[in-house]
Structures are given as C-alpha cells and as structure tokens.
Design a protein around this ligand. Structure first.
Ligand code: UDX
Length: 428
C-alpha cells in the first residue's frame, strides 16, 4: 500500500483521494483553502457527489485518509503525489495551467526523497515539461512525472473511479508507469500504458468525441423538426448499431459542465498551436452554443414577445445528480431570457443556493410547483427522471398558459397533449 498525497480537493481530487483510501492506501488530501479543509475535517463535503460521503466516512474510520493544508508535511511523507488542481479556461480557450505550476513549484521545494508526481488535472502536453522544469528548479531528488487522466463523470464519479472502463497511464519510463499501475491492482479493466502525450490526448480526445456525439445528435434533432422525423426513434435506430452505440445520443439543449466545454476548446487551441486546424471540433463547439438558442426560439414561437412573461425552469444544474452549474445551459438561457424582459423562476433538487448561479437573477423555489405558479411556460432544463412524476393536472391549473418546452425530451408528450398542454421537445 502506498503513501499518497492528493493536491486539490475538488471533484477529481476528493474522489481520487477517497477511493485510493478505500483501496487501503494512506492518503493525505491537501488544499490551500482552509475553509474547505475545516469542513472536511468536520465530516462535511464541500459539494454533493453520490456515495462520496460514505467512502470518506469509512476511510476516516479506518484512519486511511486525512485532510490538511500542510503541503510540506504531506509531500515529505508521501511516495506519490497527485496533482488534481483546476486548469480553468482562459479567455482565448486555452487551459490555464498556473495552478498546476504553482503546485509543482512547491513540490520541488518540499521534496525530500524519490517521488512520483502524477498529473490528474486535464492539462495540455507542454504543461508536463513545464511541471518537470519547475520541480527541478528547487529539487535535487529524483522524480518521475506520470500522466494518469481521470475519466470521472459527476454524479457517478465514485463508481467511475472504482469500476472504470479503462485506466490510462502515460510515462517516459517503465518504472514510472509501473509504480502507478500498482495502485490499480485488482481493477477489472484494461490498463493502457503509453507515453505522456498519448495519455493526455486520450483524455482530450475522449471528452471531445463525446461532445461531438452530442452536437451531432442535436444537429440531427434540428433536422428532424424540419423534415417531420422523430429524433428519439432516429437515435434509437442509430444506437442499435454496435459501431455507434446508444450512449451520448440524447438530443437536448446541449452540453455544459466543467469538462466538455473547456476541454473541447483546449483541444482546438492545442491543435491550432500545433498548426493543425481541428475543423470538426470547432463546429461541435459552435453547434453547442447555438443549441441553447433553440429554447428561446421555441418560447417566442408560442408566446410572441417575451417581455414580462414568467418562465419556470425545471432543473438548473448542467446534469442530474450534481449542484454544479458551471457552463450550465440554464445560466446562458436564463440570461438571454432576462435580456428579453422575462422573469425566471426555477426548481432544482440539488441547486438551492443562488450564489451558484453566477449573478444570474433566477428565483429559486424549494418545490417545483412554487416555481411553476403563474408561469407562461415551463422549460425542462435538466434531465431528472423525477420530473416525469410531477402532477401535471395540477401544474396546468396553476400556470398562466399550459406551455411546456422539454429541453431534454423526458416527458410523456402524448399524456401532456391529452391534458391540454402545448408540448414541444427537441427534434420531435
Ligand atoms: C464528462 C465525461 O463524461 C467524463 O468522462 C469526464 O471525465 C468529465 O466530463 P460530466 O461533465 O460529469 O463528465 O458529464 P456528462 O454526463 O458526460 O454530461 C455532460 C453534458 O452533456 C451534460 O450537460 C449532459 O446533459 C449532456 N449530455 C450528455 C447530452 O446533452 N446528451 C447526452 O446524450 C449525454
């Protein structure tokens, strides 16, 4: 069992630390944010992620995990350090690796023996050389740099970590790769050992390909509307081809979150920097931005001028099972509607704090019916199955007009039409 230091207690760092602790490693999770560490030491999580609290609780009880702000002590007592800090998007679309390099600088200062430094953060290829150089400035001890990208999806991150489709390890040396491979002993999945550039590209290309699937199906959905086809049937028919597969073919209002928008732009930037014009990915991003406008057009089609209309959102987060609203379609659509003079109310089972909405002026209700009261339209934003079980007869009785725009195609259109709603999905 290894002694691990995990730097960064965001989604990636905390899930990685907790799961490695569950696998009997000794883990120190470090963050410079004192409030976050204090919270974790009180047994509370800084965000919701299904199953994570239980894993941390168990690891703590087994004395396998501690939380600290003391990076020096953590690096000194570890054999392997995982860098799991953010690589936010710069205004030009490239990945900002300054947090990664700050951490590398400190690792160099604190290293007191041989170390493996693993980059889990999604950082471009050139960042690896920069990390190496930055550590070398202050350290005379040997160290290996390894890329071990994460493929965790929010809401299923613990399961994704413990039962992954694959583990990818990129290293210049066999020894560097082996030390990290050992951490995944007993995992029932292929472990791909490759060079660092290929490991990093595997991560960027995987996210960008999934984003491509979504933008592709959204384009098909828009075409369906024009030619009188049904996207659900089309996607089903396509997905049954094993070469295509059924996943990530759900048409809707586009992808959001902390990964797809950022990583697809960073991959375009990486390609540009290498003198390669990544045409498909540019279109994927453009289609995704345009797709959010579909909701505005549909509302205008039915309501005409949107000034002084009340629109109720079902869901706010970028996907179910998280309170994360980063790059969420909800925020972009709400801001556009507010510009048009709309009042927006919303209900989300997990988003309860208006500060999560980045200054976007939405009234958050504690129950869906409260958000829907007196609304001119309901818009389904997040694909929560529970929304299908709402009492739509009651909803009709409390709305100003019975209009539902289903941005995720989850509701039963036939039932709603029978109840007297005007229903519109995406590509139906
Ligand atoms: C994603 C990748 O799945 C994960 O492997 C990677 O490590 C991080 O990025 P995540 O951002 O948590 O994970 O969400 P994901 O479930 O992939 O969904 C992303 C977005 O795409 C959501 O906004 C979702 O609503 C949308 N989506 C997904 C669709 O619009 N249609 C689909 O068919 C699938």
């Amino acid at each position: 069992m290894a002694n691990l230091c995990i730097i960064g207690t965001g989604y990636v760092g905390l899930v990685t630390g907790a799961c490695f602790a569950k696998l009997e490693n000794n883990v120190i999770c470090v963050d410079c944010d004192e409030k976050k560490i204090a919270l974790l030491n009180q047994g509370k999580l800084p965000f919701y992620e299904e199953g994570l609290e239980e894993v941390i609780f168990e690891a703590k009880a087994n004395q396998k995990i501690v939380f600290s702000t003391d990076l020096k002590k953590a690096v000194e007592s570890s054999d392997i350090v995982f860098i799991c800090v953010g690589t936010p998007q710069r205004p030009d679309g490239s990945a900002d690796t300054s947090f990664v390099l700050e951490v590398a600088d400190k690792i160099g200062q604190f290293q007191n023996g041989p170390l493996s430094v693993v980059i889990k953060s999604t950082a471009p290829i050139e960042a690896i050389e920069q990390v190496k150089q930055t550590i070398s400035v202050n350290s005379n001890h040997p160290f290996e740099i390894v890329s071990n990208p994460e493929f965790l999806a929010q809401g299923t991150a613990v399961r994704d970590f413990l039962k992954p489709d694959r583990v990818v390890i990129g290293s210049k040396t066999k020894e560097g790769a082996e030390s990290i491979k050992n951490l995944y002993t007993g995992f029932d999945c292929p472990i791909i050992i490759t060079d660092i550039a290929s490991a990093i590209l595997t991560k960027y290309a995987s996210n960008s390909f999934l984003a491509t699937k979504i933008s592709f199906i959204n384009e098909v959905a828009n075409l369906c509307e024009k030619v009188g086809a049904n996207i659900n049937d089309v996607a089903k028919g396509m997905g049954l081809d094993r070469r295509i597969g059924p996943l990530f073919l759900k048409a809707g209002i586009g992808f959001g979150g902390s990964c797809f928008p950022k990583d697809s732009k960073a991959m375009v930037d990486m390609a540009n920097g290498a003198g390669s014009d990544f045409k498909i990915l540019n279109s994927v991003i453009e289609v995704n931005e345009r797709q959010k406008k579909v909701i505005i057009d549909k509302l205008k089609k039915h309501l005409g001028d949107l000034a002084n209309k009340k629109v109720a959102f079902l869901g706010v987060a970028f996907k179910p099972g998280t309170e994360d609203t980063r790059e969420a379609p909800s925020v972009i659509i709400a801001n556009k509607l507010i510009e048009e003079g709309c009042q927006i109310s919303a209900y989300d089972p997990l988003v309860k704090d208006i500060s999560l909405l980045n200054g976007c002026k939405v009234d958050l209700a504690s129950v869906p019916y409260k958000a829907i009261e007196n609304a001119d339209a309901v818009v389904v934003i997040t694909e929560y199955k529970d929304f299908c079980d709402l009492d739509f007869s009651h909803i009709k009785s409390i709305m100003k007009q019975p209009l539902i725009i289903d941005g995720r195609n989850i509701l039963d259109s036939a039932q709603l039409s029978k109840l007297g709603f005007t229903y519109e999905g995406i590509g139906l």
